[in-house]
Write a protein that binds this ligand. Structure first.
Ligand SMILES: [Fe+2]
Ligand SMILES: [Fe+2]
Length: 291
């Protein structure tokens, strides 16, 4: 990592993208219930999670005097709002499958409401910047190797590809708000990433387990699936474990998200969307172009 190098791409707001999610099969990740429900569990937290990020950034909007940061904040808010809309459609698919999505979201919103009303703005912007660090790293680890999402349905893979692209575009916005006007103690900043990671991983595994129960799998089935399936995510060579180096960079005092390169095939997605105006083709080309 080099503190002097800056890798940055500007956020572009893209609206009305159609991923044809109503057409995906129940277990869209290669027929694998565990992988499918883990991704579903992560996906279902996005709409309300992203609305929480927006609220956290808004707490500081009046303090931002730099017009460039103001513009990036406005684009960040619009991008996250679009992600919320798209993942709400994914939530509808899960609801139609009989998943208790509303129950999950009710609990989630209780937590976010508590955070926003009972904790300081400093705490909330630190949590948001930390979560954005995670989403940018996930964007990279999902798509840097072709094999990772090989078995995923192309439509969901395209939805996540678009989301990954925009998470990379705005990965440093909440961070810059935190640094420039947040007045966040270093310890709070560091704690925020550890806590967000713990919550995200814990809740995702927990919700995936509940969904598998609704799918009709017994307690023993689910236990076996978890033992077999979890290493793919967090085992020694797990897909999330690969994020370890850049993940830990957060704890450097002079860390900035733009010290990490943007995913190699970023331009492929942008170019394909411009040529075809089809986010599914753009997602496919983006995934194909990985190593
Ligand atoms: Fe997002
Ligand atoms: Fe984001």
């Amino acid at each position: 990592m080099n503190a002097l190098v800056k890798y940055q791409v500007d956020p572009v707001v893209r609206t009305n993208l159609n991923f044809k999610l109503s057409e995906i099969p129940r277990f869209w990740f290669g027929g694998d219930p565990f992988k499918t429900r883990m991704f579903d569990a992560l996906s279902l937290t996005f709409p309300d999670g992203e609305r929480y990020f927006i609220e956290s950034v808004r707490l500081f909007r009046d303090k931002i005097k730099d017009p460039e940061l103001q513009k990036r904040v406005a684009d960040f808010i619009r991008q996250e709002a679009q992600h919320g809309i798209a993942h709400d459609k994914m939530n509808q698919v899960m609801k139609d499958q009989g998943m208790p999505v509303d129950q999950f979201i009710k609990v989630l919103n209780k937590i976010f409401k508590f955070e926003l009303t009972r904790r300081s703005p400093q705490y909330n912007i630190a949590m948001t910047a930390a979560a954005e660090h995670l989403t940018a790293l996930m964007a990279d680890t999902f798509y840097s190797q072709k094999a990772t999402l090989e078995d995923a349905h192309p439509y969901v893979r395209a939805l996540l590809a678009w989301h990954a692209i925009e998470e990379m575009e705005h990965r440093d916005v909440a961070f810059d708000v935190m640094k420039q006007v947040g007045d966040v103690p270093e310890l709070t900043r560091q704690f925020a990433l550890a806590f967000t990671t713990f919550m995200m991983l814990g809740f995702t595994t927990y919700r995936a387990n509940i969904m598998l129960k609704y799918d009709g799998f017994s307690r023993l089935d689910r236990f076996k699936m978890t033992v077999k399936g979890l290493p793919w995510f967090i085992g020694r060579n797990g897909m999330l474990t690969r994020m370890k180096g850049p993940y830990l960079d957060w704890f450097n005092k002079d860390f900035h998200p733009s010290q990490h390169p943007v995913i190699a095939q970023y331009d492929v997605w942008v170019k394909t969307l411009a040529e075809t105006n089809d986010p599914i083709q753009a997602g496919e080309a983006f995934w194909q172009a990985a190593r």
